[in-house]
Design a protein around this ligand. Structure first.
Ligand code: NAD
Ligand code: ZN
Ligand code: ZN
Length: 379
């Protein structure tokens, strides 16, 4: 089968690889109808993780069940399904309490709980930027979708970024009527803004520097804050009569940068601590890594120096981590079906697998309005 393979920093290629197949009795194999490129893939693409050369990338997958193993009981060949990016066993302590993103069984990497498709440090599993994908514990992990092709570009956000954006807002402790600031207007930040609207925020700010992403934020009724025009904290304080916001979401991660492009991993955390009110909450879904291989100074590669003292003094709370997709995807699917949620508003490009290397390059440079790229591997 054809698949997109990681070859080294800023190098990916479409190659022939062995077919995905049923390897364990609980497995299913999915024919991919849509597989998205994610901002998380860019951390690997830019050589900022320890992902191994030869890995098939792609953790945002949906498609049609092609084959099931002998122990699969509920999932049937021909079912249309969304595949959560978390690979979960369904029976460990974290899975049974709703934390499938921290499954203690599926990831053999020392010191890491939680597995995913095609991702650094998250287990030996290949991704779905390919024609076919192997899904372990299929009955537990897969989410059924109405058959046909309707809502394809909305449903494809259920594997990761819509639940992840929603989770960021949940982690912030937001309640109806709250004001919230989302740092990062990429796909995850825009999904957090969409989620906050659905959950009844009174005002949503989205901070970024890319004009097309700020325009998308305004298109759903959020207030775009352009960080190239000055300190985003000052801008939000001005908008709110000095009050700041009740809640904040971090949707950028460790590669946060200033308007000149220089990276400061603590920047958005500091901004959030300063713009969120005393006793307010912050949800961090932007990715931070235990060791940043992109930093030459080993004494700082394993830490981020942020304003913890201000965070403490303000009595704020913070929740972090990979999103447990299964906790939200069923409800978000139904919001899509009834037309209350339309996460496809962020889709900028739909391309075939062969065009994926070019799409990675352009998405990485954030050129030509490349906000969210959907691959159609079997179109
Ligand atoms: N926790 C999870 O489960 C989970 C799931 C998916 C993605 N993620 C992570 O979420 C983050 C965002 O993903 P994405 O797909 O939207 O990525 P993206 O790279 O497309 O978007 C990030 C955006 O942040 C902006 N940005 C950079 N510095 C900033 C700053 N100082 N202030 C405000 N905005 C700034 C960039 O201009 C960009 O538009 C990534 O770190 C990704 O790895 C986490
Ligand atoms: Zn993703
Ligand atoms: Zn588990």
């Amino acid at each position: 089968m054809k698949a997109l393979v990681y070859k080294g920093a800023k190098q990916v290629a479409v190659e022939e690889v062995p077919d995905a197949k049923v390897a364990e009795p609980n497995d299913a194999v999915i024919l991919l109808t849509t597989s998205n490129i994610c901002g998380s893939d860019l951390h690997m693409y830019e050589g900022r993780t320890s992902v191994e050369v030869g890995k098939v990338l792609g953790h945002e997958n949906m498609g049609i069940v092609e084959e099931v193993g002998p122990a699969v009981q509920v999932t049937k060949v021909g079912d249309r399904v969304s595949v959560p990016f978390n690979i979960a066993c369904g029976t460990c302590r974290n899975c049974t309490t709703g934390w499938t993103s921290f499954c203690t069984r599926m990831n053999p990497t020392e010191g890491m709980d939680g597995a995913a498709y095609g991702y650094a440090n998250m287990g030996p599993f290949d991704g779905g930027q390919a024609q076919y994908l192997r899904v372990p514990h299929a009955d537990f992990n897969l989410l059924g979708l109405p058959s046909g092709t309707e809502h394809e570009n909305d449903f494809t956000m259920l594997s990761d970024i819509f639940p992840t954006g929603w989770h960021g807002v949940v982690l912030s402790g937001m309640e109806p009527g709250d004001r919230i600031a989302v740092f990062g207007g990429g796909p995850v930040g825009l999904m957090a803004a969409h989620s906050a609207m659905l959950m009844g925020a009174s005002q949503v700010f989205v901070v970024d520097k890319e004009p097309d992403r700020l325009t998308l934020a305004s298109s759903i009724g959020a207030t775009g804050v352009d960080l190239t025009l000055g300190d985003p904290v000052e801008q939000i304080l001005e908008h709110t009569g000095g009050l700041g916001v009740d809640r904040g979401v971090e949707a950028v991660g460790f590669q946060a940068h200033d308007s000149s492009g220089e990276e400061h991993p603590e920047l958005t955390l500091d901004n959030l601590v300063n713009v969120v009110r005393t006793t307010g909450g912050i949800g961090v879904v932007g990715v931070y890594v235990p060791q940043d291989p992109g930093l030459s100074d080993p004494s700082s590669a394993d830490r981020v120096a942020w304003q913890y003292g201000t965070f403490f003094t303000k009595g704020q709370s913070m929740g972090t981590g990979q999103a447990p997709v299964k906790r939200y995807n069923r409800q978000l699917r139904d919001l899509i079906i009834t037309g209350r949620a339309t996460p496809s508003f962020i889709v900028s490009h739909e391309v075939g697998l062969d065009e994926a290397p070019d799409a990675y390059d352009k998405f990485d440079k954030r050129v030509e309005g490349y906000t969210k790229v959907l691959l159609k591997p079997n179109a």
